[in-house]
Design a protein around this ligand. Structure first.
Ligand SMILES: Nc1ncnc2c1ncn2[C@@H]1O[C@H](COP(=O)(O)OP(=O)(O)OP(=O)(O)O)[C@@H](O)[C@H]1O
Ligand SMILES: [Mg+2]
Length: 356
């Protein structure tokens, strides 16, 4: 297995560095198709950041979130101090931030955790986090909060809107207090659209698209793993600049055979997700209503890609929502365009619409 070095992302890195250089004032959404490299970019940045930043990175992907308490718990990491053989609890906020530079989760101890969970209100958790960040600032460092896979909070049922409370807290951290940089990472742009309308984010957030590599960047990447010209052409034709597919190709023997296999697999999967609608009357939750999906609307949408790679949409329909939720299409709600999640998905769609 070849070790894959982090590749490029110069533009995105510059943009994030400029954000970090300035005083925190807006929430930054990092979004893009699935597997486009958002998390890899964030990890790379965290590694490169100078000491003057204290990063709190929380990835909700691996967290089990079925309640409000689960969500609050997912933010925190219980801290212990190794003191010789016996482990000593950290007692003050200053002790809690003393060792933090690049940490997963927000450090907390038992006493503070009890306070955070008291009354079941996000207010307590948020005021604790603000105090902790102020302590970080007092040591001369700049706190940075990054929440990855943020769409998972959409699954959390609470009285009232957790999304609303959470984003108001983020507005507090950025625009009001200028205390902390906040990055919200997600591949679910329908979620971003929903947050935008529910949480009054107009003028309070910015969006940074992390898309698949463009052609030049892809060719550079393939060159560094000694792809032949033929292999490069095939890789670009089937995988476009999707990092996860490209990485898979680096490590395989017969690359041409591999991409064809990948396409057959993906075409089969998409075929199943779509044709199933002919057999069952599937409903999805759309604007709080259970709406039945219409097969002919699905085919109409997919037909848009017969000779275009993307199109501008006017409104998001239940069928668009379904195709996005199934990770077939990517809805860019900032640019108001729709495209397949990747080049491979585009080719699969084109094969399928031929016999629809
Ligand atoms: N710039 C890069 N250089 C090298 N490899 C990369 C790069 N970006 C992504 N990859 C590789 O591609 C794969 C997918 O990347 P990653 O998990 O970061 O995508 P993502 O956008 O976070 O996906 P998701 O939408 O599921 O959260 C990973 O295995 C990663 O190592
Ligand atoms: Mg990710």
């Amino acid at each position: 297995m070849k070790r894959i070095a982090f590749h490029d992302r110069e533009r995105e890195i510059k943009e994030i560095q400029a954000i970090l250089d300035a005083e925190p004032s807006l929430i930054t959404f990092v979004y893009g198709p699935i597997n486009s490299g958002k998390t890899a970019l964030i990890h790379h940045l965290i590694e490169q950041l100078p000491e003057e930043y204290t990063v709190f990175y929380i990835n909700l992907r691996t967290k089990f979130l079925s309640s409000y308490d689960d969500f609050i718990e997912s933010l925190f990491e219980m801290e212990m101090e190794t003191d010789g053989a016996k482990r000593k609890r950290k007692e003050t906020l200053a002790e809690l931030v003393s060792s933090a530079t690049k940490v997963a989760g927000i450090p907390i101890n038992k006493e503070f955790l009890d306070y955070v969970f008291k009354d079941n209100k996000p207010k307590n958790a948020f005021s604790y986090i603000i105090k902790l960040f102020e302590e970080v600032k007092a040591t001369g460092k700049q706190p940075v909060l990054i929440l990855d896979e943020l769409q998972k909070i959409g699954d959390v049922n609470v009285n009232g809107s957790l999304i609303y409370e959470l984003f108001n807290f983020f507005i507090d951290l950025t625009k009001e207090l200028h205390l902390c940089h906040v990055f919200a990472v997600s591949s679910d742009s329908l979620f971003i659209e929903q947050v935008y309308s529910e949480a009054m984010l107009q003028g309070r957030s910015r969006h940074l698209l992390v898309d698949d590599f463009n052609e030049v960047t892809t060719m550079d990447f393939l060159d560094s793993y000694n792809f032949s010209d033929k292999e490069k052409t095939v890789a670009w034709e089937y995988c476009g600049g999707n990092p996860i597919y490209l990485v898979e190709l680096v490590n395989c023997e017969n690359r041409e055979e591999k991409v064809k296999e990948m396409l057959v697999l993906r075409t089969g999967e998409i075929n199943q997700r779509i044709k199933v609608l002919k057999i069952v009357n599937k409903k999805i939750l759309f604007e709080d209503e259970e709406i039945e999906l219409k097969y002919e609307n699905i085919t109409r949408i997919l037909n848009e890609f017969s000779d275009e790679e993307s199109y501008a949409y006017e409104i998001i329909t239940p069928e668009i929502t379904y195709l996005a939720r199934e990770n077939i299409l990517f809805v860019d709600s900032v640019r108001r365009t729709i495209k397949p999640q990747s080049r491979m998905n585009l080719l699969a769609i084109r094969e399928l619409i031929e016999d629809m």
